[in-house]
Design a protein around this ligand. Structure first.
Ligand code: ZN
Length: 122
């Protein structure tokens, strides 16, 4: 495959990838709550699975010809702000994840999140 190498500094995935992600992640990839437009907690947000603030993962992925949809997902506003910049495995240990009725952990999150953890956090 011929991949054009260009340095793209962006944290926003391209529109076609965003569309793919929208079709894949019908509810929150973490708590599986339904997305509710305009709701402070349940509205859909674009989540970057990587937690390194200094690493422009989307731009790097595009430049390296990698699949951006593997490091970006959709989650609810509440999960996104709770996780903030923690690594996923670190975040799973916080009260937000452990005290929920449906606990948020490796076994309960969407496949895209598990794949990311397998690749980068294990
Ligand atoms: Zn959620």
């Amino acid at each position: 495959m011929d991949v054009k190498m260009k340095k793209v500094k962006t944290t926003r995935p391209p529109d076609d990838i965003l569309k793919q992600i929208e079709e894949r992640d019908k509810d929150c990839v973490y708590c599986h709550g339904p997305f509710i437009k305009g709701d402070n907690n349940a509205s859909a947000t674009v989540e970057h699975l990587n937690h390194r603030k200094d690493w422009d993962s989307v731009g790097c992925y595009i430049a390296e010809g990698k699949d951006v949809s593997k490091i970006v997902a959709r989650c609810c506003h509440a999960c996104n702000s709770s996780r903030s910049d923690k690594s996923l495995l670190e975040w799973f240990k916080t009260p937000y994840c452990t005290s929920k009725k449906i606990k948020i952990k490796y076994d309960t999150v969407a496949a895209v999140v598990r794949d990311y953890i397998d690749a980068y956090e294990k």
